[in-house]
Design a binder for this molecule. Structure first.
Ligand code: PGA
Length: 250
């Protein structure tokens, strides 16, 4: 099997300049595989600093959130244009922590995806069901609803990434089974085809780590991973990069 994988480190609210600098120096001391795309999403105030450290590497800069308006009276927010200005390439949107803790709706997520595309950023739209929704047989309805909001008409041929992150698997040590991932990723791929969104990659997130990444990457329609906890230590991140190497195209 040959895949061009994308590995995104979602640092959430972790690392400061000192520890982020140590992490990046440790990663860049290695020869990284050419055919794996890597990205790091630090805390917003460190985008500049991390971007500068990554500037001579192929590792891309990612943001963890964005606001949907370009400018105006929105105290505390940051627009896609501002992210673009500091060199951001990818922007995570609709992460379940933002949907649950900050009450982001599907409509908000759709507007954020649109704002990213307008500014030339690649949105990483997170979708996924809660434990109750899975137990209640609602998984595909939830994914359909979340994707419908993200597949805005203007998405067209723009590059977009969907991250399937079952909420019950995030930070819990529980990973979805290969069958569950296969089923949902296949479903997303089919919805994307029907919506004419062909420039799309589907990555998996939820307790991905060096022990399970190979098994997850072997599943069809898995184009990479969005990684939280296991992306915080350079050693663990590197170990996943090395394991992904075997699934990358030459
Ligand atoms: P986790 O987080 O790898 O710690 O489960 C993934 C995510 O929230 O993106």
């Amino acid at each position: 099997m040959s895949k061009h994988a994308l590995l995104v480190a979602n640092w959430k609210l972790n690392h400061d300049r000192k520890t982020a600098g140590v992490f990046i120096d440790a990663i860049l001391a290695n020869t990284l595989p050419e055919h794996i795309s890597l990205a790091i999403a630090p805390v917003m105030t460190m985008l500049d600093f991390v971007g500068e450290k990554l500037s001579r590497s192929k590792i891309a800069l990612a943001a963890q959130n964005v606001f949907y308006a370009d400018s105006g009276a929105f105290t505390g927010e940051c627009s896609a244009m501002h992210l673009k200005e500091v060199g951001v390439r990818y922007c995570i949107i609709g992460h379940s922590e933002r949907r649950v803790l900050f009450h982001e709706s599907d409509v908000d997520v759709g507007k954020k995806a649109h704002a990213c595309l307008r500014a030339g950023l690649v949105p990483i739209v997170c979708v996924g069901e809660s434990r109750d929704e899975r137990v209640g047989g609602e998984t595909f309805n939830v994914i359909t609803r979340q994707l419908d909001a993200a597949f805005h008409d203007d998405v067209g041929a723009h590059e977009i990434i969907i991250a399937y992150e079952p909420v019950w698997a995030i930070g819990t040590g529980l990973t979805a089974s290969a069958g569950q991932i296969d089923e949902v990723h296949g479903f997303i791929a089919q919805m994307a085809r029907q919506a004419g969104k062909l420039n799309l990659r589907i990555i998996y997130g939820g307790s991905v780590n060096p022990q399970n990444i190979e098994e997850i990457m072997a599943i069809s329609h898995v184009d990479g991973a969005l990684i939280g906890g296991a992306s915080l230590q350079a050693e663990s991140f590197l170990s996943m990069v090395q394991k992904l190497q075997r699934y990358s195209s030459k």
